[in-house]
Ligand binder design. Structure first.
Ligand SMILES: [Zn+2]
Length: 711
């Protein structure tokens, strides 16, 4: 292939004028060329044209598509951006379950693991018994791959076109994230030659670290909160309803296996096939023979880890021989032919510049270490938690208390917020100033209350008791209220909240609903348009469903998922406010501590007044549309497995129908399966169902049983 080739495939028949024919042909050629150059750049890291040349081709295609929309190609690179947000994330069932891996943490454990596979490998096929196997038999081969620290994703292609993308979820059913994954540049929209009719590919989506840090800097400049770590940021971006942010963020996708659709004698050959089809496959994957080579590869990757352009948290070791993989089979949730080696948590040393004391929305004062910026496991760390006063003062590793200017050791493991682990003893350290925990609130100067936690002896909390008057608590409560998972008021960031509180414009969340465009416009650097947008966002937040509004109230111990459980159980705010302890304990996932915290919150007169004020301002606390769980019908309590392509329903639609009818949709066929819903090209699941004599129904039968079609 080279340059822009004209292809006549994909031309819309019946194209009219010669101008239109030429335009259509040019659009096909441009789509193919842009796809190829995108692949060279994003998957192979070997661009042939400059960014400027690429952008010029893309602009030309955009203009042609705007003029001749009927000829836009389904895999046009312009379709990666500009799609509208979706309404909600729908379930994404996996035809082949996505498994997790077992872990090993030492060379010894890895050695045992390899040895067991090695034995099995050498006796495979009955050609050789373990006893008379020659000592110099070749060592078993393994595919050794960096364990990318991102979000596991399955991509589905039909006829070579990307048609589905889902998260792992529980392994059987994830969430449909096609709208965001199609914006990731290294995800092919159309596969290269030799694509099977149906292909599911598994891989990991994650951030490019340099891009991640740049993005965080821009967020700070824009007054937004920086993301804590690349892994959560990737998951958060991919699971957003709006594909806009994903299209602008530096996400990478690496393919590491196939669910269905490809056959190869070895895993490494399968990876080569994936690369040939257009996927980015990690260039650091290796094939190693025997435990010594595997270990050497692990150590080499470990040494390189801090300088890789993305985060890894270990190494995945897979038996390369596919026939042996089949023979080894599976444990309940993980394959016997693969294992993950986890690296120890990343550590680094840096200087403690000072300790800040932040006041949370419940008034609890938390010490935060401010550090000279240091790279730990590929990410620049500037702050680290010190948990509480006791830790700060008494942790033995802190050698009698932290001092400003101390050389400290930082620890960071996966999702965990970085921690200061130890102080490095140095001469002259006694002359440095000891960090003292303040006696008064650093914001409102009210003397702090000491609270002992009877359950945790070493946990003493210092709290600012000035709940109504403390600016820090007001700000924190407002920020929480407006947060993305709560009322989701776009544009109401940290800086604006600070101004509103400092100027006494808003004291409590209910005050937000009395703001006007005029008031906002008088604030620093706020234009009329921004002020109007924020007022519109505040107005729109009134309609947020109960679960979000409950989370927004900031009831201690009630996180996002507990708020959802409470909303689902009680259906409305009145029922929840009227609930006693027994009624609260009846909610799935609510224990004694949560129940008491909820009771305590609603018993408080200040909170009652604020809830009344919110309601008076128009906040709906909109009752959940309680999915009236059906109590009778052919699918109530039944387990159903979907396989193949249904004539009219998508898998998501069929799943929603079945779940709405009281069924549980499962990913694999077992004796517990009550029905298999099969469509065209149903594979091994259908065979398994027939083997186990599980009733098989088709879409027509499903519709009949659900009463969707008049019989
Ligand atoms: Zn205070």
């Amino acid at each position: 292939m080279g340059g822009v080739q004209l292809q006549m495939v994909g031309l819309n028949p019946g194209a009219g004028s010669s101008e239109e024919v030429a335009a259509a042909a040019r659009m096909v050629a441009l789509t193919a060329a842009l796809t190829r150059h995108g692949h060279l750049y994003h998957a192979l890291n070997a661009p042939e044209i400059s960014d400027l040349e690429y952008d010029a081709l893309l602009r030309e295609l955009e203009q042609l598509e705007a003029r001749w929309p009927a000829h836009k190609q389904p895999d046009s690179p312009t379709s990666r951006v500009g799609a509208p947000p979706i309404a909600e994330l729908v379930p994404f069932p996996h035809r082949v379950p996505m498994l997790s891996l077992g872990n090993v943490f030492s060379r010894e454990d890895l050695g045992d693991w390899v040895e067991k596979r090695d034995e099995k490998g050498k006796v495979r096929g009955g050609l050789m018994s373990a006893l008379d196997r020659p000592a110099d038999a070749p060592a078993l081969q393994f595919s050794v791959e960096p364990k990318l620290d991102g979000l596991a994703i399955e991509l589905v292609y039909e006829g070579g076109l990307l048609v589905g993308a889902g998260t792992r979820g529980d392994g059987s059913v994830g969430e449909d994230v096609l709208h965001t994954m199609r914006t990731v540049r290294s995800v092919p929209l159309r596969l290269g030659e030799g694509a099977p009719p149906y292909l599911s590919v598994r891989g990991e989506v994650l951030f490019d670290l340099a891009g991640f840090e740049q993005m965080n800097e821009q967020r700070v400049i824009a007054g937004e909160k920086p993301f804590e770590n690349p892994r959560n940021a990737a998951a958060g971006t991919v699971r957003q309803l709006d594909p806009g942010p994903a299209s602008q963020r530096p996400l990478l996708f690496f393919a590491h296996s196939a669910g269905e659709g490809l056959a190869a004698p070895t895993h490494s050959a399968l990876l080569a096939q994936l690369r040939g089809l257009g996927f980015a496959v990690n260039p650091r994957n290796r094939v190693c023979a025997g435990v010594d080579e595997v270990w050497a590869a692990i150590e080499a990757l470990g040494a390189e880890r801090g300088s890789l352009p993305y985060e890894i948290d270990g190494v995945v070791i897979k038996v390369d021989d596919m026939a042996l993989q089949d023979e080894l089979g599976f444990l309940t949730r993980s394959p016997r032919w693969a294992v993950a080696y986890k690296y120890p948590a990343a550590r680094a040393r840096t200087v403690l510049e000072r300790v800040d004391f932040s006041v949370g929305r419940s008034g609890v004062v938390t010490p935060v270490a401010v550090l000279a910026p240091v790279r730990v496991g590929g990410v620049t760390v500037r702050n680290a938690t010190l948990h509480n006063e006791q830790q700060m003062r008494n942790k033995p590793e802190f050698l009698g208390g932290l001092r400003v200017g101390d050389l400290v050791e930082i620890y960071r493991a996966g999702d965990v917020i970085p921690r200061v682990d130890a102080v490095v003893d140095q001469p002259g350290r006694a002359d440095l100033a000891l960090v003292a925990f303040p006696a008064c609130c650093p914001v409102c100067e009210t003397p702090l209350d000491r609270e002992e936690n009877p359950d945790e002896l070493d946990k003493i909390t210092w709290r600012c008791p000035n709940r109504l008057g403390c600016r820090a608590q007001r700000e924190a409560a407002l920020q929480h209220f407006a947060g993305r998972l709560a009322m989701d008021i776009e544009g109401l960031g940290e800086k604006l909240v600070r101004q509103l509180v400092e100027r006494g414009l808003v004291e409590h969340p209910s005050g937000l609903y009395h703001l006007s465009v005029g008031t906002l416009q008088d604030l620093d650097r706020m234009g009329q348009k921004s002020a109007q947008n924020i007022i519109a966002a505040i107005e729109a937040s009134k309609a947020r469903p109960l679960a979000r509004a409950l989370f927004a109230l900031g009831i201690p111990l009630v996180g996002e998922s507990t708020a959802r459980d409470l909303a689902r159980h009680f259906g409305g705010l009145d029922a929840l406010q009227a609930a006693d302890e027994a009624a609260l304990l009846a909610v799935d996932g609510v224990g004694k501590d949560v129940a008491r915290s909820v009771l305590h919150f609603f018993a408080d007169e200040g909170h009652q007044a604020e809830i009344a004020a919110l309601r008076a301002a128009g906040v709906a606390f909109a009752p959940e549309a309680r999915a009236a769980a059906p109590t009778e019908g052919p699918f109530v309590g039944k387990t159903v497995v979907l396989t193949g392509t249904l004539p009219t329903l998508s898998r998501q639609q069929a799943t929603a129908l079945l779940e709405g009818a009281g069924a549980k949709v499962s990913g694999s066929v077992s004796k517990k399966t009550n029905f298999v819903l099969a469509g065209a090209d149903a594979g091994s699941k259908l065979e398994k169902a027939q083997e186990l004599k599980v009733p098989v129904i088709d879409e027509a039968e499903l519709r009949r049983l659900l009463g969707l079609d008049p019989a």
